[in-house]
Ligand binder design. Structure first.
Ligand SMILES: Nc1nc2c(c(=O)[nH]1)N[C@H]1C(S)=C(S)[C@@H](COP(=O)(O)OP(=O)(O)OC[C@H]3O[C@@H](n4cnc5c(=O)[nH]c(N)nc54)[C@H](O)[C@@H]3O)O[C@H]1N2
Ligand SMILES: Nc1nc2c(c(=O)[nH]1)N[C@H]1C(S)=C(S)[C@@H](COP(=O)(O)OP(=O)(O)OC[C@H]3O[C@@H](n4cnc5c(=O)[nH]c(N)nc54)[C@H](O)[C@@H]3O)O[C@H]1N2
Ligand code: SF4
Ligand SMILES: [Mo]
Length: 780
C-alpha cells in the first residue's frame, strides 16, 4: 500500500480495503439475529458476568440510562427482562470492555503508529486507564498525574491573550450536572466558545422550531405513538439509530395507525420489524411497518412536502373544513392565505420531478393524511443536514399546522435526537449563542458577569483554529476531528493549536491529530459506578421527549485513575480560576445534589430537581407547544406559516448527489463492527452505494474501485479507494458512510441559519481508482 508524503500522521482512515462481501438487503429489522449480535459483542468485550450485570440494569428505573441514542424509555411499566436494543447492548459492550490502555500501551505505540490503524481497530484497543500527556515535539503519549495535567491546562488557559482564544466542545453524552458545571466554568473563565455536537446534528431543528413554535424541541411523548392515526418518518433510519422506536411503531400499527416513510434508501427498519422481545418476533413473525414508502431524491423533501400540501389543499377545496383544521388555523396561525397563494405557484408535476417520487404515490400519501387529524411527523439527519435544513423543518411545521396536528394527544412534531443527553446539554446552557435572559439569571444567582458576545459554533471554531485565532481546544467527549467536515482542512486547523485536550472514555483518531501539546483525560462512562466519598452517586439526563431521569452506573470502573466529568471540571476550574472564582467548586465536586440545587435556581422547569429526579422514571420538563401554547419569534402566541422556495442544485452533468449515512455497526465515529447487516454490506466500510443504471452509464461495474472527488470552491477534495455497490437508490444519487467520506464535505457548505455542515448533500465526481502519484511512506 502506498501513501503520499506527509509530515504528519494521517488524519483519516487508511486507504485500504478489507474484503467486501455482499448479501441481499433485508426487508425487516431485528429478530433473532439482533439478539445474537448483541450477545456476541457484549460477551466478547465485557465477559459474560459483567456484560449480563450491565444489561440487566440498562434503562431500568433504578439503573443507568443507555449511553446510545436519545430515544425515551416507557413512562409506565418497563420490561422486567430487557429494556434495550441491539445497539444499546453494543454501546454497553463498547464501554464495559475490560481491555484497557495503560502507560505500557502508550509507551509501545507512537501516535504515528496508532494513526495507521483504522477506526475500528483503534476503538477495540480498550478503555483509557490513566491521564496521558503528549509534550511538544513528542512522539508518544506519556503518563501524567491528574494534578500535573490540571496545572498544565490551567497555565495554558491563563496565558491566553483573551479567553476567546479557547474553545470548549461538548459531545452529547455529558450528564446534566456536568454540562451545567462545564458551562459555568467556561463562562466564568470568560467565553461563549462552546461548539457542540448539536451544531452538526439537530441544530436546524432547534433553530427552526424555536422560531416557529417557541421551543427548539419536539412536542410529542412516547404515549402519543400508541394512539395516533398516522406517522410520517422523514430522513431517519430508526432500525439502526433508534431501534426501540420500532417497538413504538409496531404498537402504533397494532392500534390502527398508518406509516409513511420518506427516504432515498429502502431501510429495513422502516419496512418491517420482528420484535425480539415478543413471542411473535422470536418465531419470526414480521410486523409490516411502512404502508407507503416514498423514495425521494436526496434533499427532495421540500418538494415532496409542498406537493403533499398542495394535494391536501385541493382536497380541502373539494371538501371545505374536512381536510384542513380551519379552527386551529384561525385561532393559532398567521399567514394562511399567503401560504396558499405560495402553494399555488407550484406545479404538481414539477414538484414530483424535483422530489423524484411518482405523482401517484404522492397522491396516495395525501389520501392517507387527508382524513386524519392525529398525525406525528418524525425526522432526523436526512432533514437537518442540508443547506435548507431549517426551511424544511419549518415546512414540516406548515404541514402539521394545516392539519392542526400539534398540541393535542396523538399528534405533533417529533425530531428524534441523536446522543443520549444531547437535548439535556442544550437545556443546561451548553450553547454558543445563549439568550440574554439566561445570562442574566447566571449573573443573578452566581454574581459574576458572564460574557455576552456569542461564541464559535463547530464550523466557526474550525475556521478560527485555521486562522490562528484559537489556541486551546478542550473537548468534553466526542471525536471532533472525525465528526466534523473537511477532514484535511480540520486536521490542519487542529495542528495549529497550542494545546488540545480530550476528556474521553476511549481512544479515537481525534487524539492523534493534535496541537503542540496534547492531553487525554480518562473519564467514567454511564455504566461505571460513580463513588464519591464512599457514596454511590447518580447523574441525570434528558431524552428526546423532554423526560429527565436519573442514571446510576453499577459496573466496577476498569481503573482507579478515572475521574467523573464533573470532578474534572471542578478541579480544572479551581486550578484555572483560583481565587478569581465566586463559585463553590469544592461543594459541586463532592455532590451532584449540590449541583442540582443550583440548576434548580437557574434553569426553568427544574425547581425541586433533587426530589423530582428521585421519582422512578423521572419527570417531564414543561413544553408549551405540547399543550397548544405557542410562542413564535414573529407572531407571539401564533405560528406563522413559513414561505420557502425549493432548493436549487447547480451541478455538472457528471456530478452525483452524495449523502453520508451510518452503518448498523457504528455509533457515530465509534465503529462497533465492519458490517451493515440490513443493507447487506459485510466486512467493509469504504463503499459507495450507486444506482445500477448510473454504474452502467459510467462504465463501472459492481465491485469497481473508485475515488470520489468534490470541487466546491475550486478546491479538490478526494476520498480514495471506495468500492462500488449497486443499490436501490434514486438515479444520480449516491451514499457513503460517515466518517470515511467527511473529507469531501466542504467546511463552508453549511445550512442557512443553523450553520450545520451539509453532511447529507455534497456533489461528487466518481472516477476509476488511481494510485496517488507520489508514493513514499512518511517516517515517524
Ligand atoms: N446505532 C447508532 N445509533 C445512533 C447513532 C449511530 O451512529 N449509531 N447516532 C446517533 C446520532 S448522534 C444521531 S444524530 C442519530 C442519527 O440518526 P439518523 O438521522 O437516522 O441517521 P443517518 O444514518 O445519518 O441518516 C438518516 C437517514 O436519512 C436518509 N437520508 C439521507 N439523505 C436524505 C434526504 O435528503 N432526505 C431524506 N428524506 N432522507 C435522507 C438516509 O438514507 C438514512 O436512512 O442516531 C443516533 N443513534
Ligand atoms: N458526514 C457526516 N458527519 C457527521 C454526521 C453525519 O451524519 N454525516 N453526523 C453528525 C452528528 S449527528 C453528530 S452528533 C456528530 C458526532 O460527533 P461526536 O459526538 O464528536 O462524536 P462521537 O463519535 O459520538 O464521539 C465518540 C467519542 O466520545 C468519547 N466518549 C464516549 N462516551 C463518553 C463519555 O461518556 N464521556 C466522555 N467524556 N467521552 C465519551 C469516546 O472517546 C469516543 O471515541 O457527528 C456529526 N458528523
Ligand atoms: S433505542 Fe437507543 S437508548 Fe434505547 S436501548 Fe437502543 S440505543 Fe439505547
Ligand atoms: Mo447527532
Amino acid at each position: 500500500m502506498s501513501k503520499e508524503i506527509k509530515e504528519q500522521p494521517d488524519a483519516e482512515n487508511p486507504e485500504e480495503l478489507l474484503g467486501l462481501k455482499l448479501t441481499a438487503p433485508e426487508k425487516w429489522a431485528a429478530g433473532i439475529p439482533a439478539v445474537t449480535a448483541a450477545m456476541a459483542d457484549i460477551v466478547q468485550e465485557a465477559g459474560f458476568v459483567r456484560g449480563m450485570k450491565g444489561l440487566f440494569k440498562m434503562n431500568k428505573k433504578d439503573g443507568f440510562d443507555c449511553s446510545g441514542c436519545a430515544w425515551p424509555d416507557p413512562d409506565d411499566d418497563r420490561s422486567p427482562i430487557a429494556e434495550y436494543c441491539e445497539n444499546g447492548a453494543k454501546a454497553l459492550a463498547e464501554e464495559a470492555t475490560t481491555k484497557k490502555l495503560t502507560a505500557d500501551f502508550f509507551a509501545q505505540n507512537s501516535v504515528a503508529d496508532l494513526a495507521k490503524l483504522n477506526d475500528y481497530e483503534i476503538g477495540k484497543k480498550g478503555r483509557i486507564a490513566q491521564p496521558v500527556y503528549l509534550p511538544k515535539g513528542g512522539t508518544h503519549y506519556e503518563p501524567i498525574s491528574w494534578d500535573e495535567a490540571f496545572k498544565k491546562i490551567a497555565a495554558k488557559l491563563n496565558s491566553l491573550a483573551s479567553p476567546n482564544e479557547a474553545a470548549f466542545y461538548t459531545s452529547g453524552r455529558t450528564s446534566n450536572e456536568a454540562s451545567f458545571t462545564y458551562q459555568l466554568f467556561i463562562r466564568e473563565f470568560g467565553t461563549n466558545n462552546m461548539p457542540d455536537c448539536s451544531n452538526m446534528c439537530h441544530e436546524s431543528t432547534s433553530f427552526g422550531l424555536a422560531e416557529a413554535i417557541g421551543i427548539g424541541k419536539g412536542t410529542v411523548i412516547l404515549n402519543d405513538f400508541y394512539d395516533t392515526d398516522a406517522i410520517v418518518v422523514i430522513g431517519q433510519n430508526p432500525g439502526t439509530n433508534h431501534p426501540r422506536m420500532l417497538t413504538a411503531l409496531q404498537k402504533a400499527k397494532e392500534n390502527g395507525a398508518q406509516i409513511i416513510a420518506v427516504n432515498p434508501l429502502h431501510e429495513a427498519g422502516l419496512m418491517g420489524f420482528k420484535n425480539p422481545q415478543t413471542v411473535r418476533g422470536v418465531l419470526g413473525i414480521n410486523t409490516h411497518l411502512a404502508d407507503l414508502y416514498l423514495q425521494v431524491k436526496i434533499n427532495g423533501d421540500m418538494a415532496l412536502l409542498k406537493a403533499i400540501e398542495k394535494l391536501l389543499y385541493k382536497a380541502e377545496l373539494e371538501n371545505p373544513g374536512k381536510v384542513f383544521d380551519q379552527e386551529f388555523i384561525a385561532s393559532n396561525t398567521v399567514g394562511y392565505e399567503a401560504f396558499l397563494n405560495h402553494l399555488n405557484q407550484f406545479n404538481l408535476d414539477h414538484l414530483a420531478q424535483e422530489c423524484g417520487v411518482p405523482l401517484t404515490q404522492i397522491e396516495q400519501a395525501a389520501d392517507m393524511l387527508k382524513d386524519k387529524s392525529r398525525i406525528i411527523i418524525c425526522w432526523a439527519m436526512g432533514v437537518t443536514q442540508h443547506k435548507n435544513g431549517v426551511a424544511t423543518v419549518k415546512e414540516i411545521v406548515n404541514l402539521a399546522i394545516l392539519k392542526g396536528a400539534i398540541g393535542k394527544p396523538g399528534s405533533g412534531l417529533c425530531p428524534v435526537r441523536g446522543h443520549s443527553n444531547v437535548q439535556g446539554n442544550r437545556t443546561m446552557m451548553i450553547f454558543d449563542k445563549p439568550k440574554p435572559q439566561q445570562l442574566d439569571k447566571l449573573k443573578e444567582v452566581f454574581g459574576f458577569e458572564p460574557p455576552r458576545e456569542h461564541g464559535y459554533d463547530v464550523v466557526e471554531s474550525i475556521q478560527a483554529m485555521h486562522e490562528g485565532k484559537l489556541k486551546v481546544f478542550f473537548a468534553m467527549g466526542g471525536n471532533f476531528l472525525s465528526a466534523t467536515p473537511d477532514t484535511t482542512y480540520t486536521a490542519e486547523a487542529m495542528r495549529k493549536l497550542e494545546m488540545s485536550v480530550h476528556v474521553s472514555t476511549k481512544l479515537n483518531r481525534g487524539h492523534l491529530v493534535h496541537g503542540d501539546e496534547a492531553l487525554i483525560l480518562p473519564t467514567l462512562s454511564r455504566s461505571d459506578k460513580d463513588i464519591i466519598d464512599g457514596k454511590a452517586q447518580f447523574i441525570s439526563c434528558e431524552n428526546s421527549m423532554g423526560v429527565v431521569q436519573m442514571s446510576k452506573g453499577m459496573l466496577e470502573p476498569i481503573s482507579k485513575d478515572l475521574m467523573n466529568e464533573n470532578q474534572i471540571i471542578c478541579k480544572l476550574a479551581k486550578a484555572t480560576l483560583g481565587s478569581r472564582s465566586v463559585i463553590s467548586w469544592d461543594k459541586y465536586e463532592k455532590s451532584y445534589d449540590a449541583v442540582r440545587d443550583d440548576i434548580a435556581k437557574v434553569i426553568p422547569g427544574f425547581d425541586d430537581y433533587n426530589s423530582k429526579v428521585r421519582i422512578p422514571g423521572g419527570f417531564y420538563l414543561p413544553n408549551g407547544p405540547r399543550q397548544g401554547k405557542f410562542n413564535s419569534k414573529d407572531y407571539g402566541d401564533r405560528i406563522g406559516f413559513n414561505i420557502a422556495d425549493l432548493p436549487e442544485h447547480h451541478m455538472a452533468a457528471d456530478e452525483y448527489r452524495m449523502t453520508t449515512i451510518r452503518s448498523h455497526d457504528q455509533f457515530n465515529t465509534t465503529i462497533y463492527g465492519l458490517d451493515d447487516r440490513y443493507r447487506g454490506i459485510h466486512n467493509e466500510r469504504r463503499v459507495i452505494f450507486m444506482n445500477e443504471e448510473d454504474i452502467q452509464k459510467s462504465g463501472f461495474k459492481s465491485g469497481e474501485q473508485v475515488d470520489l472527488y468534490n470541487y466546491h470552491g475550486g478546491i479538490e477534495r478526494v476520498a480514495r479507494l471506495f468500492v462500488v455497490v449497486p443499490y436501490g437508490i434514486p438515479k444520480g444519487n449516491t451514499a457513503t458512510y460517515y466518517p470515511e467520506a467527511n473529507v469531501l464535505i466542504p467546511i463552508d457548505s453549511v445550512a442557512e441559519n443553523s450553520n450545520t455542515p451539509t453532511s447529507k448533500l455534497v456533489f461528487i465526481k466518481v472516477k476509476k481508482h488511481q494510485e496517488p502519484l507520489i508514493t513514499a511512506v512518511w517516517s515517524s
